[in-house]
Design a protein around this ligand. Structure first.
Ligand code: GDP
Ligand code: IMO
Ligand code: MG
Length: 429
């Protein structure tokens, strides 16, 4: 029986939370392996809506949640999210949530630097979530990060804070921003320490045991392939690898244990923040998709940019991330459109291109070449079987499969948990 890794195949917000929540009924453990509280995963279960940023979506099903070492953790945000989920009736005691002792922390100077840098970039800003994700990953790579386990050693913490503050206060002063006092940061961390440490452990041991005893592990990705720091639309990306391979390094398990790679894609396309978006619609159809799809950032509240399904990008995501099956979400948002378009290639200068090149100039000037398909009159909203789908909707899905070179194994037809059509169980491999 395979494990499953769920990753975004576009620019995020594809419905990973909904899909992970749905698949979690078949899993024993749900693991986050990269990103941080820049993620916003929405789950709709009956009359309850859960918005998760850092916590694995499987917690809502009462499954064991693990936050792997590849995640950057803001301890205050984590405790606030636990409290929020508990106020909605989902208990998150340490028996339910385990956190990698070697995960790096996001500290108060990280969002400060993130925002100062974004402001300084002006028109060239990336549109980050301002939550300190980039600066925290930079500190990790620079070997000065404070990690979860450091919270148990006040002397280590104190020494590391000296180095960290030397670096960040210099930068903040350069940006004309207030600096941080070591004693205040240290006291804040020591006050939080016992509550965070209650969740900490070497999660790789637990995952190894789970793997050997045949328990099913579901890896929950955040962001998406086009936001991957290597494979995405750099520099308009997040600061982690979002591809499925990261599930291994980001949780402490071998690559063979990742199992089936399920890519999530919307039946159209959205993006928050700045950066190239060849199939973007700035007309009334784009506005209509945004309104009907309720396309507002879970984390930022910003309106998401909307456009036609870009098969060139999703095909590229399928290749670089090893996506074996696609979960196509939000098909219902396209209900009633008389014509649908799919981007099948780009015009870049005089050339026709069937992939998105890495050069920023080429990305910015790529113009979509569309194939036109017939829309459908009927409704797909809430459909729970293929038989409920209008013929043109089935045709649209089939064409996407051909173009992206991956089968659609799951279809989602509303935000609600059970409005999902299973074509092939990813846990069956
Ligand atoms: P994630 O970041 O990939 O987990 O996605 P988000 O939760 O940020 O955004 C997806 C949004 O679409 C959420 O508001 C979901 O409730 C909603 N959603 C998910 N699947 C569907 C679907 O099939 N149809 C519709 N209409 N909404 C959906
Ligand atoms: P989920 O998991 C959509 C975007 C930000 C910005 C860029 C860098 O909900 O799909 P960061 O704060 O990570 O340094 O911002 O990445 N971004 C997301 N966009 N969904 C997300 O997560 C995102 N997480 C980051 O808008 O453009
Ligand atoms: Mg989201």
């Amino acid at each position: 029986m395979a494990n499953v890794a769920v990753i975004g195949a576009q620019w995020g917000d594809e419905g990973k939370g909904k899909v992970v929540d749905w698949l979690a009924s078949r899993a024993d453990i749900v693991v986050r392996f990269q990103g941080g509280h820049n993620a916003g995963h929405t789950l709709v279960v009956g009359d309850q809506t859960y918005k998760l940023s850092l916590l694995p979506s499987g917690l809502v099903r009462g499954k064991l949640g693990i936050i792997g070492n590849g995640v950057v953790i803001d301890p205050e945000a984590l405790l606030a999210e636990i409290a929020r989920l508990e106020s909605q009736g989902v208990r998150v005691p340490p028996e339910r949530l385990r956190i990698a002792e070697n995960a790096a922390l996001i500290l108060p100077m990280h969002p400060a630097i993130d925002r100062a840098r974004e402001a300084a970039r002006g028109a060239l800003s990336i549109g980050t979530t301002g939550r300190g994700i980039g600066p925290a990953y930079e500190d990790k790579a620079a070997r000065r990060a404070i990690r979860v386990a450091d919270l148990a050693e006040p002397e280590t913490l104190s020494l590391k804070l000296d180095e960290l503050l030397r670096h960040h206060n210099t930068l903040l002063a350069g940006f004309g921003q207030p600096t941080f006092e070591k004693e205040a940061v240290l006291a804040g961390l020591l006050a939080l320490a016992p509550r965070i440490l209650a969740y900490a452990e070497p999660v790789w041991q637990r995952l190894d045991e789970a793997r050997r005893s045949g328990r099913r592990i579901l890896f929950e990705g955040a962001q998406a392939v086009m936001l991957d720091v290597d494979h995405g639309t750099y520099p308009y990306v997040t600061s982690s690898n979002t591809v499925a391979a990261m599930a291994a390094a980001g949780s402490g398990i071998g690559p063979a244990a990742i199992g089936t790679v399920l890519g999530i894609a919307k039946a159209y396309c959205t993006r928050v923040g700045a950066g190239p978006f060849p199939s973007e619609l700035t007309d009334s159809i784009g506005t209509m998709l945004g309104d009907r799809g309720n396309e507002f950032g879970t984390v930022t509240g910003r309106r998401r940019r909307c456009g036609w399904f870009d098969a060139v990008l999703v095909r590229q995501a399928v290749k670089v991330a090893g996506i074996q099956g696609l979960a196509l979400t939000k098909l219902d948002v396209l209900d009633g459109l008389s014509e649908l378009r799919i981007c099948v290639a780009y015009r870049i200068g005089a050339d026709e291109c069937r992939y998105l090149p890495a050069a920023p100039g080429a990305q910015a000037t790529a113009r979509p070449i569309y194939e036109s398909l017939e829309g459908w009159n009927g409704s797909t909203r809430g459909a729970r079987s293929w038989a409920d789908l209008p013929a043109s909707a089935v045709k649209y899905v089939r064409r996407i499969e051909e173009l992206v070179e991956a089968p659609v194994t799951l279809l989602s037809t509303s935000p609600e948990r059970d409005d999902t059509i299973l074509v092939r169980d990813p846990f069956e491999g």
